[in-house]
Structures are given as structure tokens and as C-alpha cells.
Design a protein around this ligand. Structure first.
Ligand code: NI
Length: 229
């Protein structure tokens, strides 16, 4: 999922019009809070989120298999994934997150970009320079953790038609692609952090679950959802 984010300041600026609030959306920066979404957007988001597999679902731990047929069914699968990601206000989505064991991911790191689909993606180069930034995941709602990853990558993949694409990415885009490729290998952000950070993340996950009721503490649960992928 996006969380794929750049350092906090840039992240907030870049995510401005994705309407996803960060944990610090208390006036510290400008991103509109999720609480401020209009009813229709929120309902669409909730419906989309309900279709994303959540932590605990074994499919999230499975390794996806390479795609070898570039047909209409693949293209409609990619189209549905893009729509679901947009509706969920995420910046990336891997096929495993919707229960499909195909090596397919979609992402849109910045609101003005078109959605990019990568089939059979391979990260063929990673910078030695690492960058740490907060990530969320559509499959682990309410949890945000600092994840350290290579700052820049070069990835090869095929597009929906089977044509080769080469993506050189940095910042949020590099982070999203790495997060989604992890999903295709059954790896989650919780695997990329320290034991202590994981323990804390699980605690906030439990709190978010317990706290989400129709009336009250929804704010607490959504307030920490930043650009989930
Ligand atoms: Ni994710």
C-alpha cells in the first residue's frame, strides 16, 4: 500500500489532494482530514476497503505467480484494481490484496498522475541510500509504521498489453512500488520493522478495531490512515 511516502513534510504536500489525513492532521499541515470527506466519498471508500483482504487473511502471506496471459480478463482485473485503489483513497494496490495470486500491482503516487499497472514487476536495482518514512497499508487499517527502504529503485515490468516498461523511481513512487512488490511476495510492512515497533503497531491495531463503532471513536481510527497501500 503508499505508504509509500516520502518524509513527512513532502508527503503531506504531495498527498494534499488525495484527501488522506496523516496522523498529524491537527493543523500541523494542510491535508484534509478523512473526517471531512463528503458522505458519498466516504461511503465509496468504506465499500472499497471492505473488499480488501485484511491482516490475518492467509492470502496476504502467499506468493503471487507470474502472469503469462495478457488477455481481456487480465485487463479487466487491472481496471478493477485501479478503481478499487482510487475508491479506497490508496496510492497502491497489489493483486494479492484482493485475493488474486497474480503478480500485478497498480499505483498512483501523486493525485495528478495516471494509474500505472505493473505486471510481473522486478526491482532490478536499489540505491544504497535508504530512506525512512511512515507507511500505512489498506490491508492493515489504522496502523502506521516507519519503514526504511532504498530511496531509489529501477523496476522492470510488463504493462496490461504485455509491453515492457521500465520505471525509475524515487520518493513516494519508489516506496509504493517496493511496498506493492513486497505484497506479491507475501511480505507486509510489519515484517520490515523492529520487534518493538511491531508490538506497538499490533497494539494500535487492536485499539483501532475495538474503537471503531458507528458513533464514536471513528476519528481515532481514521486519523492515523495516511496514504495506505
Ligand atoms: Ni499494503
Amino acid at each position: 500500500m503508499a505508504a509509500e511516502q516520502m518524509p513527512q513534510k513532502e508527503l503531506v504536500r504531495d498527498d494534499d489532494d488525495v484527501e488522506v489525513a496523516g496522523p498529524g492532521s491537527d493543523g500541523e499541515h494542510d491535508a484534509p482530514a478523512v473526517e471531512e470527506l463528503d458522505e458519498e466519498t466516504r461511503a465509496r471508500r468504506d465499500a472499497a476497503l471492505a473488499r480488501v483482504r485484511k491482516l490475518g487473511d492467509p492470502v496476504l502471506r502467499a506468493s503471487a505467480v507470474a502472469v503469462d496471459r495478457f488477455d481481456d480478463s487480465l485487463r479487466s482485473e487491472i481496471e478493477r484494481m485501479g478503481a478499487l485503489m482510487s475508491d479506497a483513497l490508496g496510492v497502491g494496490l497489489a493483486a494479492t490484496q484482493v485475493g488474486i495470486l497474480h503478480r500485478v500491482l497498480v499505483y498512483r503516487a501523486y493525485a495528478d498522475d495516471p494509474i500505472t499497472a505493473m505486471v510481473n514487476p522486478v526491482i532490478e536495482w536499489r540505491s544504497e541510500e535508504l530512506e525512512s518514512a511512515e507507511e500505512g497499508c489498506l490491508s492493515i487499517p489504522g496502523v502506521h509504521v516507519e519503514v526504511e527502504r532504498p530511496a531509489r529503485i529501477r523496476a522492470r515490468a510488463l504493462d496490461a498489453l504485455g509491453e515492457e516498461i521500465l520505471v525509475e523511481a524515487e520518493g513516494l513512487q519508489a516506496r509504493v512500488i517496493q511496498h506493492e512488490v513486497d505484497h506479491l511476495d507475501g511480505i507486509l510492512i510489519l515484517d520490515r520493522i523492529s520487534r518493538e515497533a511491531r508490538r506497538e503497531a499490533m497494539r494500535s491495531l487492536r485499539e483501532a478495531r475495538d474503537g471503531v463503532t458507528p458513533e464514536a471513536p471513528r476519528a481515532r481510527a481514521v486519523a492515523s490512515e495516511t496514504s495506505p497501500v
